[in-house]
Design a protein around this ligand. Structure first.
Ligand code: ADP
Length: 615
């Protein structure tokens, strides 16, 4: 049956599609085609000069064999020059010989100068492409939803960003080299045709024979390159895991296990690399043998022609033979570069995957600006699941009133953090399930929405920078007076005063140099400085010493003053100070109301209250 509507995919799309994707990447990385053509053009002129140098060897060889250079006077190009400067050529043989040597020398200098600039231009473009793709990748990463980062190993993301971009950029150099060697081969081919087109016809069989005999090998290299990219990422992920969990590893004394796992993956990476080396290195001997067979065939034909014709062509054939060797070398370089290109295929694929839109979990931006909250935030029949099989939030409905403190209480895994993350638009919620003053939050611009929200989370959202930089992050320039003021309100100033570098103290990766209580107060200071209307606070579950506990409670009291506060609450004091308490279990709303209402109800909350247990 004829299938209407199904578009026939052309047979060549297999080759065109990857090229198109690479072309798009080049365009995105600001690599204009004119810029890319420059080294090719320089290489072409260099190849022309090289051809000239080699071509000039013919009259030199002929002159030496015949012990007479007089014939050069009759050659079209030289005739004009010699006629113009007759006094320079009084002793024809030696002066023409020196003249030819000088021209050969000049063309060789030109060729090398052009090759140098061509290589310089390639290096410049490779580095530019590398840097531009790295910048593009970072922009791209930052545009993805949080779920993308939950699903992908950070080691892999860093590896792609830093290491694979470098490998992919090498393709620019490799492709240029391939163009260069093709041009050199083409120039040799033309000169060879001029010397003897009959013989040169045989040369034409070389490229297809080489292509088809090496294709399978290149295919294998590409496949191994994909495995290599996968394991290289895995290795980076492992290193990242080890460094971020170093305390746990030391505590569990599993250094040996970790080392063994790391060693194993490192060996696998090495094995893939060596496997590619073996194949890339095989290209050269294989093609050398194939080319040698063709050359031997040509030499036989050449010998036949020399015997049959006059010996006057010996000089030409000598140069022809020299060119043949050089063409073989050019071909050899060309195919080696082909193998190198295949080596970088896996890393390039990983980069291209970041640029496609599959599984990027974008959180789409809205168009409305959120000016302020007038009345309330409503959660309307909110359902959410990270994976289809596991429902995390189930038909949740309640409201958060402006200027009030709403406490969310529930066991671990109930979905409290998920709810807060949906409010912050870290993840995309279903339409009309979260509303601010009757407007779906999906309609607001993410920037304006988040400008109205400050988050104090249990997660250590700290940069490896100074305390000042961490408090003022995302806020811009803040004067010392204001900074001191928020530090006082967050009950942080006494601690900072004791530090020799004060606000300029570096806090280490994820704030390792600070205690849990200090980190939380830095986060509160940041929220206070931001001055947002809505404060979202995930109270620490771990019990702190009574002084820190008091300091944090005081800091929280300051923070929630005159704000709409949503607190994931674990402490009795916080719950007592709340205007509304919402109990969530297994993603479902169990109860809601004021403390008095809930106690009167004698339900779930009353049970927690009597046990004085809020998880
Ligand atoms: P709570 O904050 O109440 O402890 P969470 O909102 O963190 O609970 O988690 C609720 C459920 O969602 C848990 O079962 C947890 O395993 C799951 N979960 C949380 N974050 C993710 C995520 N990024 N991907 C998949 N599942 C998740």
């Amino acid at each position: 049956m004829h299938k209407s509507g199904t578009k026939k995919i052309p047979f060549y799309s297999k080759w065109i599609q990857p090229i198109n994707r690479q072309k798009e990447l080049l365009q995105d990385a600001n690599m204009s085609s004119s810029r890319l053509l420059l080294p090719g053009l320089l290489s072409l002129i260099a190849a022309f000069f090289e051809g000239l140098t080699i071509g000039l060897l013919i009259p030199i060889a002929k002159g030496i064999i015949e012990m007479d250079f007089a014939f050069v006077r009759e050659m079209p190009f030289f005739k004009g020059i010699i006629m113009r400067f007759p006094r320079l050529f009084i002793t024809p043989n030696s002066s023409i010989f020196i003249f030819l040597l000088m021209i050969i020398f000049s063309t060789a200098v030109m060729k090398n100068a052009l090759s140098y600039f061509s290589l310089l231009s390639i290096d410049f473009q490779r580095r530019k492409f590398n840097s531009n793709v790295r910048k593009l990748l970072m922009r791209r990463y930052l545009s993805f939803g949080k779920l993308f980062f939950d699903r992908n190993s950070q080691g892999h993301l860093i590896n792609t960003l830093i290491y694979f971009t470098d490998l992919a950029a090498r393709r620019i150099e490799i492709i240029h080299m391939m163009i260069k060697w093709s041009m050199v081969a083409a120039v040799y081919f033309i000169i060879m045709c001029i010397i003897s087109w009959r013989l040169t016809i045989f040369v034409l069989i070389a490229p297809p024979i080489l292509y088809y005999s090496l294709k399978w090998l290149v295919k294998k290299i590409k496949r191994t390159s994909r495995d290599f990219a996968e394991y290289k990422s895995k290795l980076s992920g492992m290193a990242y895991n080890i460094f971020s969990c170093v305390s746990l590893i030391k505590l569990a004394t599993t250094e040996k296990n970790e080392m063994e796992k790391f060693d194993h993956t490192s060996d696998q990476v090495e094995a893939f690399e060596f496997s590619m080396d073996k194949k890339v290195r095989l290209i050269e001997p294989l093609q050398e043998i194939i080319l040698l067979m063709i050359i031997l065939l040509l030499i036989t034909a050449m010998a036949f022609l020399i015997i049959k014709n006059r010996s006057g062509e010996i000089a030409g054939f000598l140069v022809y033979f020299y060119l043949l060797r050089r063409s073989a070398a050019a071909f050899s370089n060309l195919t080696s570069e082909w193998g190198m290109l295949a080596r970088t295929r896996g890393p390039l694929n990983d980069i291209l995957k970041i640029f496609d839109d599959r599984k990027k979990y974008f959180v789409l931006d809205g168009k409305r600006e959120l000016a302020s909250i007038k009345d309330k935030i409503e959660i309307n029949n909110l359902n959410y699941s990270y994976i289809p099989e596991l429902q995390v939030l189930n038909d949740l409905t309640f409201s958060i009133e402006k200027g009030k403190v709403t406490a969310i209480v529930g066991p671990s895994g109930a979905g409290k953090t998920t709810l807060v993350h949906l409010l912050l638009r870290f993840y995309d919620c279903p339409p009309s399930s979260v509303m601010i003053d009757g407007v779906d939050i999906r309609e607001f611009t993410i920037k304006s929405l988040r400008a109205h929200m400050a988050l104090v989370s249990q997660e250590t959202l700290m940069f490896n920078d100074t305390i000042r930089a961490n408090i003022t992050y995302g806020i811009g320039k803040v004067d010392d007076k204001m900074l001191l003021d928020v530090a006082k309100k967050a009950r942080l100033h006494e601690f900072i005063e004791r530090l020799p570098d004060g606000f300029n103290t570096l806090i280490g990766d994820r704030g390792v140099k600070l205690s849990g209580g200090e980190k939380q107060r830095v986060a509160i200071a940041r929220a206070l400085l931001k001055g947002s209307e809505i404060l979202i606070l995930d109270e620490a579950t771990s019990s702190l010493d009574s002084i820190t506990e008091r300091l944090i409670q005081e800091a929280i009291k300051e923070a929630v003053k005159n704000r709409t506060a949503i607190v994931i609450a674990h402490r009795l004091s916080t719950i007592k100070n709340s205007d509304k308490i919402v109990i969530i279990e297994n993603g479902r709303l169990m109860e809601q109301g004021s403390l008095d209402e809930l106690l009167k109800k004698k339900g779930k909350f009353c049970k927690y209250w009597n046990e004085q247990k809020f998880f």
